[in-house]
Design a protein around this ligand. Structure first.
Ligand code: RB5
Length: 144
């Protein structure tokens, strides 16, 4: 899969941010799969994280984005899925380097931690940055 395709998910705490990110993806013409949650009702972040990660693992999406209140729950779950390299980012530098050095395939965001505009900047940076490979490839391979 060469073309960018994003699987996106959130819990109740991340719903508004997910909607804002989806608006951004539409604006940029990026294909996406919305894996929920779809309502403000309380739900369990592990269920959503698993759905998004499975999309990535099965090559039905090449990147995943997960939003919860802190981003922590989502990142803990995502990093338990074999083949997922999830980066919890609260700044654009980390977002860029998580792609360039770690080849992160899932981005986690905390809606109660960072502002919406920063979250969108992080998403923009993260989606635009490629993996540098080279000396970083050996290290990423060691994770597997
Ligand atoms: C929900 O209240 C909150 O616990 C969840 O969104 C997340 O922050 C967990 O890591």
């Amino acid at each position: 899969m060469d073309k960018l395709k994003v699987a996106i998910g959130c819990d109740h705490a991340g719903l508004h941010y997910k909607e804002a990110i989806i608006d951004y993806l539409k604006f940029r013409g990026i294909e996406y799969d919305d894996m929920g949650t779809y309502t403000p009702e309380s739900c369990d972040y592990p269920v959503i994280a698993r759905k998004v990660c499975e999309k990535v693992i099965h090559n039905e999406a090449n990147r995943g984005i997960l939003v919860c209140g802190t981003g922590i729950g989502m990142s803990i779950v995502a990093n338990k899925v074999h083949g997922i390299r999830a980066a919890l980012c609260g700044d654009t530098y980390s977002a860029r380097v998580s792609r360039a050095h770690n080849n992160a395939n899932v981005l986690c965001l905390g809606s109660r931690v960072i502002g919406e505009h920063l979250a969108l900047d992080i998403v923009d940076t993260w989606l635009k940055t490629g993996f540098e490979g080279g000396r970083h490839k050996k290290r990423v391979d060691m994770i597997e």
